[in-house]
Design a protein around this ligand. Structure first.
Ligand code: AMP
Ligand code: FE
Ligand code: FE
Ligand code: ZN
Length: 293
């Protein structure tokens, strides 16, 4: 068993990278990848823990890459997973442009705080940072704070009332577009993969194929076929798409710890089974790219 989509406290997960490794060992996982939102800051810790436990790992990231909009009332965030061939100073340096995304995120966060305070919601950046475990504050942390302080009954309600497009204090943030995200990933010999495609809510094959073709032309090499939100039907659909566009199939749970308590590491909601061959194929592609640079 493997899990190639995991979040840690370095974004909106609640486990430290070393805890993910520990948990992975307990579950008998053979390999894991860390894919925090817009940051690789957790990978050093992941690497040390994996070396100690002799667990295979792939350094990764999950980049927000703009909005897909089929119609005016259809807006879905595009997420692109990046998997990297190795972890060393050279690659860390080459991924410095991610700092720009983090700065845009912080700008957005400060604007949401201003707006909330305008509604007499007494939230502070310090509290959010504490809630986030020290880094990379995201909307899920706002939602958790709003629930904790009684401004919403649930995380879902907090999003609906305050944090989704059209809600009271929603603020857009700048991200890379898909072409920029894919280019950055590929510039370090990485493989770019479309994350949880079902979340885009593109129900017609023609629309989906047009969208996918655009990203393949930009350098996309994989699609996350096996993931928590996919039912057996979806898996068959995206396997077909992978074959049609010669894409690598990847998979993982999208585990966020307590932030999304219904998702279990290694298992997702219970549907996710990611074959070991998925890891072998991804690893083979990364090795091939390293050798043929
Ligand atoms: P951010 O990157 O800070 O803009 O936050 C985006 C994250 O918020 C996504 O990765 C999801 O985990 C979460 N999210 C977005 N929309 C919702 C929603 N309607 N309900 C619950 N979580 C959401
Ligand atoms: Fe998340
Ligand atoms: Fe995602
Ligand atoms: Zn994710």
């Amino acid at each position: 068993m493997i899990d190639l989509h995991l979040h840690s406290v370095f974004s909106d997960g609640t486990n430290k990278p070393a805890e993910l490794v520990e948990q992975g060992v307990r579950l008998g996982l053979r390999a894991i990848a860390l894919t925090d939102h817009d940051t690789v800051d957790g990978v050093d810790e992941l690497q040390s823990a994996c070396q100690k436990e002799r667990m295979d790992f792939i350094p990764g990231v999950e980049l927000s890459a703009g909005i897909y909009s089929l119609r005016k009332d259809h807006q879905r965030e595009v997420h692109i997973l990046g998997y990297f061939p190795k972890w060393d100073e050279e690659i860390k340096k080459a991924l410095e442009p991610l700092r720009q995304i983090q700065a845009w995120r912080e700008e957005r966060n400060r604007s949401i705080i201003q707006k909330l305070r305008g509604y007499n919601v007494p939230i502070t950046y310090e509290e959010l940072v504490a809630l986030a475990g020290g880094s990379n504050v995201g909307r899920p942390h706002f939602a958790a704070w709003l629930v904790e302080k009684g401004f919403a009954h649930s995380v879902g309600e907090a999003f609906q009332e305050f944090l989704v497009p059209g809600a009271l204090t929603f603020t857009d943030r700048r991200t890379f577009n898909s072409s920029e995200a894919i280019s950055l990933i590929r510039s370090v010999g990485g493989v770019a993969v479309l994350a949880h495609p079902k979340a885009l809510h593109i129900f017609s094959d023609a629309d989906f194929e047009a969208f996918l073709k655009g990203m393949v032309d930009e350098g996309l090499e994989g699609i996350e076929v096996y993931c928590s939100v996919h039912l057996p039907n979806d898996i068959r659909r995206y396997e077909r798409m992978a074959e049609k566009f010669s894409l690598i199939k990847t998979g993982g749970s999208d585990y966020h710890g307590k932030m999304k308590p219904d998702i279990r590491m290694g298992y997702g909601f219970g549907y996710t089974h990611v074959n070991d061959s998925v890891y072998d194929d991804l690893k083979a592609r990364l090795d091939f790219k390293s050798k043929n640079k």
